[in-house]
Ligand binder design. Structure first.
Ligand code: C5J
Length: 223
């Protein structure tokens, strides 16, 4: 473990790797895989899967350097007692949360489509947080896990940039965590939202955090 400086915007940031966790947000089959729920809605999943290789490289380096790696999956209990009506009752009734999709019930825990893609699958012992909301802190153990591990900084990757990544970064920022977002490790079905989402994080002297790319993090950690 070491203290490293990462090239980032709006400015470089120095972190202790021992106090930094990598958080992989919702890299789930239904969002990323051809034939999944995301694609069935007419989305181009290639816009999301471009993040897989950079995430793989980052995960590998983080693991080799003993950093804490945490994964999240958006999803609800099979009885949907944790799914607000306001979240469920939108869009075409046949493709709502809980309905049968191409890879099982949509966004229901334990269904094949709700699981993490094989390329980024958690290793034994890495925390996997099933979250009912967009943000990873809402109704989960995330904060307790971070506190137990004395974590101060988060490297936040995943999908979608403007959805669950952004909500998590905002929640983390309000709780005092420094968030570093490698843009190439994130993705959105709407490229404009990806770009603007990243700009919003680093605007106003880093109002929500720092934006960088995977190579800058790998270079900082490995040299
Ligand atoms: C994620 C969503 N993961 N937008 N979900 O961003 O519903």
């Amino acid at each position: 473990m070491s203290t490293v400086e990462i090239n980032a915007e709006p400015e470089a940031i120095t972190i202790e790797t021992a106090k930094t966790a990598v958080v992989m947000i919702d890299m789930q089959r239904d969002f990323l895989e051809p034939g999944g729920f995301g694609e069935s809605l007419g989305n181009d999943v290639a816009l999301l899967s471009a993040a897989i290789e950079p995430c793989k490289a980052l995960l590998s380096t983080a693991r080799q350097n003993g950093m804490l790696v945490i994964h999240t999956r958006e999803g609800h209990l099979p009885d949907m007692s944790d799914a607000h009506k306001a979240k469920v009752e939108r869009g075409d009734p046949s493709v709502r949360i809980g309905q049968m999709g191409p890879m099982g019930r949509i966004l229901i825990r334990g269904e094949p489509g709700q699981d993490i893609i094989p390329d980024l699958y958690p290793l034994a012992g890495e925390p996997v947080i099933d979250k009912p909301g967009k943000g990873a802190f809402y109704a989960t153990d995330l904060q307790a896990i971070l506190q137990e591990n004395a974590i101060e900084n988060l490297i936040v990757c995943g999908v979608t940039t403007e959805g669950c990544v952004h909500t998590t970064v905002r929640e983390a920022n309000d709780r005092g965590y420094r968030c570093i977002v490698p843009g190439d490790c994130c993705g959105s079905y709407i490229p404009e939202f990806h770009e603007v989402g990243l700009r919003m994080i680093k605007a106003q002297s880093g109002i929500f955090g720092w934006v960088t790319d995977s190579q800058s993090i790998l270079t900082a950690i490995t040299t």
